[in-house]
Design a protein around this ligand. Structure first.
Ligand code: ZN
Length: 261
């Protein structure tokens, strides 16, 4: 059966990680194009942009970001200074719409808190020098992220991606103009508080994402996630908000457009 294009937007997915998991990315990108989807392929390391940019050159509706996540300070990585130089060199070669994902992660043991924070701040500075928005990864680090956001202003509206933090952090980010993006976990039964936070965010600050290939939404759990699963996240989100699906689609389009501009 032919699917109808719904113009869905996946504001966070990882093309290379999907390829690693065995997803046929050419078939996927063609299907996304047939469905008139827009999406944002997210960088994670200092040296991944050139490769992604080559794979995506024929797909103008797939935007790209680049950045070094907190894993950049894990042991065994090359010196951070070199990584940052590599990142900036790649930003001069390929057009990106944002710096990310960048941030803090207290769940895994990546370097020290200070080294994570230094890497995050350096990249927020790069983003502001280039007038680009940021995409924040925050895992079990609400207090540290809040303290760092508190003291800054942003000329562009960033994204708190795959939001799993507190309502206080979400509202602080909103006060800084940011979008709060929700992924598959919002569909998981146990995440009652996340759903409360989602409903508390002003509609013009909401984005949705898959974070593919991770975190498949209900009813696709246990399988590799892909942006084609966005429809389940949209439908679930619309039902939580008591909105018509078409209205939510239009709202997200307008929000994503504001993020890009
Ligand atoms: Zn991600």
């Amino acid at each position: 059966m032919q699917q109808i294009p719904l113009h869905l937007i996946d504001s966070h997915f990882h093309l290379l990680a999907m390829q690693k998991k065995g997803v046929d990315i050419t078939a996927l990108l063609n299907e996304m194009q047939d469905l008139s989807m827009q999406a944002l392929d997210i960088g994670t390391d200092f040296d991944d942009l050139a490769k992604r940019s080559a794979l995506l050159s024929e797909y103008p509706s797939i935007h790209m970001s680049a950045g070094i996540g907190p894993w950049g300070v894990a042991s065994g990585q090359i010196p951070v200074k070199q990584q940052l130089e590599g990142l900036c060199a790649s930003l001069d070669q390929s057009k990106v719409c944002a710096i990310g994902e960048i941030g803090l992660d207290n769940h895994w043991d990546y370097g020290t808190k200070q080294s994570q924070s230094d890497l995050f701040v350096s990249q927020m500075d790069i983003a502001s020098q280039r007038n680009l928005p940021i995409i924040i990864h925050s895992r079990e680090s609400d207090d540290e992220i809040s303290a760092l956001l508190q003291g800054r202003t942003f000329s562009r509206r960033g994204i708190m991606h795959c939001f799993q933090g507190s309502k206080e952090l979400a509202l602080l980010a909103v006060s800084k103009g940011m979008f709060i993006s929700f992924a598959g976990p919002i569909t998981y039964k146990a995440n009652i508080e996340m759903r409360d936070i989602f409903r508390a965010i002003p509609l013009d600050h909401i984005l949705l994402e898959t974070d593919s290939p991770y975190l498949s939404p209900v009813p696709c759990r246990g399988r590799a996630n892909t942006p084609l699963h966005m429809v389940h996240i949209y439908e679930y989100a619309a039902s939580l908000l008591g909105m018509d699906l078409e209205d939510l689609i239009a709202q997200i389009q307008s929000n994503f457009c504001a993020f890009l501009s």
